[in-house]
Design a protein around this ligand. Structure first.
Ligand code: PLP
Length: 376
């Protein structure tokens, strides 16, 4: 069994993917041009946002979005400590400061009450907070209406890290189209994955879109005329063609992921009351980039030990919250700073999840968990 079975997916769409790749090679259209434009057009229509810009990775997209917002050294951006490092890394890379706010332990996403308190405190301290960077963790958006409202109250931008949530709905609107800018990732194991790195930036703002397009090719609008200090952060054309081929099946895949998630939750709720299944808010959908449960502290390590022995794949997203990473020790935030994020890091466990997982495989996983808890 695989944690994410990309081989099964390839076998299912093999002809479409192979011919998409060969088409690019035949035409030698490796850098930008039609293949990237075709994907941008398809995905912007899907999200319902005017502009989509293909970029080198989700991380590149986050960085370009902050650059387009003209984030300056010393300025601050509110984000979550319970995420992949990239969300906070890009803020620090621009010499700005990530200001962490604790999560809501039910959804694992930013707690908006805590956010309001933190903003009031930073304002009082005379800090220059510029924006909020919420992460739609595991494939479910936080309460974006509330976040947008807080942002407009404090005059802030909002950039959604939607690297795990492409295809998710919030009040029937699409993730990536809910804020000033949304960014997703085509890292191979994401719900819509490439065969290498890739990402896409979405915005309804034509000026921001133009700036991001310019920054992704060395700050250039006309050839060898550089208006801005940019970088090379283009989406590779072969990757764009692969993602477009897979996109034809994306809605079916989301449905399969959601069915697999329901099956997991039903079995766990029935058989293993010690394990807490994911909570999806009634006004949104989750695309289950990860199917992540909580196992009480202490018990989790026994469970992972047992699963390892049985050869059942699992992952921990994420074992160390961002504020406790060595790279961020300069912020001086020790253990106890964000109790909900720290507790989540000790309790979460992600189970094998992809569109091609079978009920039989899921039962093996559940039996493994049951066995592990029984032994513990
Ligand atoms: C995967 C991921 C990223 C980074 O995406 P890359 O394409 O790997 O650069 C950023 N944020 C979150 C929450 C992610 O899961």
């Amino acid at each position: 069994m695989k944690f994410v079975d990309l081989g099964k997916q390839y076998q299912s769409y093999r002809q479409e993917i192979d011919s998409a790749i060969h088409e690019i090679i035949k035409k030698s259209q490796f850098i930008l041009g039609k293949p990237v434009e075709d994907l941008e057009t398809a995905l912007s229509a899907y999200v319902g946002v005017k502009h989509a810009i293909g970029v080198g990775s989700g991380t590149d997209g986050l960085l370009l979005a902050l650059m387009a917002m003209d984030l300056r050294p010393g300025e601050e951006v509110i984000t979550t400590p319970f995420t992949f490092i990239a969300s906070a890394e890009v803020i620090a890379l621009l010499k700005a400061k990530p200001v962490f706010v604790d999560i809501d332990p039910k959804s694992f996403n930013l707690d908006t009450g805590e956010m309001q308190d933190a903003l009031a405190a930073r304002q009082k301290a005379g800090a220059k907070v510029r924006g909020i960077l919420p992460v739609s963790l595991y494939g479910q958006c936080p309460d974006m209406d509330e976040i947008n409202e807080i942002a407009s109250e404090f005059g802030l931008f909002v950039i959604e890290d939607a690297c795990q949530s492409f295809g998710a709905r919030y009040k029937n609107r699409m993730s990536c189209g809910l804020n000033d800018i949304g960014i997703t990732s085509f890292f191979p194991s994401k719900p819509l994955g490439a065969y290498g790195d890739g990402g896409m930036v979405f915005t309804g703002d034509p000026e921001k879109a133009d700036m991001i397009r310019c920054l992704r090719v060395h700050g250039q609008r006309a050839r060898y005329k550089h208006d801005e200090i940019g970088l090379n952060a283009r989406l590779d054309s072969i990757q764009a063609a692969i993602v477009l081929a897979k996109f034809a099946h994306f809605d079916e895949e989301i449905k399969a992921r959601q069915e697999a998630a329901s099956r997991y939750s039903e079995l766990i709720n029935q058989k293993i009351p010690e394990i807490q299944t994911p909570a999806v808010m009634p006004d949104r959908t989750c695309v289950y980039a990860q199917y992540t449960v909580r196992i009480p502290k202490g018990l989790r390590d026994q469970v992972t030990g047992f699963l390892k022995q049985e050869g059942i794949p699992f992952a921990i997203h994420y074992p160390v919250p961002v504020h406790l990473q060595p790279a961020f020790k300069g912020l001086g935030l020790g253990p106890g700073s964000f109790p909900h994020a720290e507790k989540a890091a000790e309790e979460v466990l992600s189970l094998p999840m992809h569109a091609f997982i079978t009920p039989e495989e899921q039962e093996i996983v559940i039996d493994g968990l049951e066995g592990a808890i029984g032994v513990a």
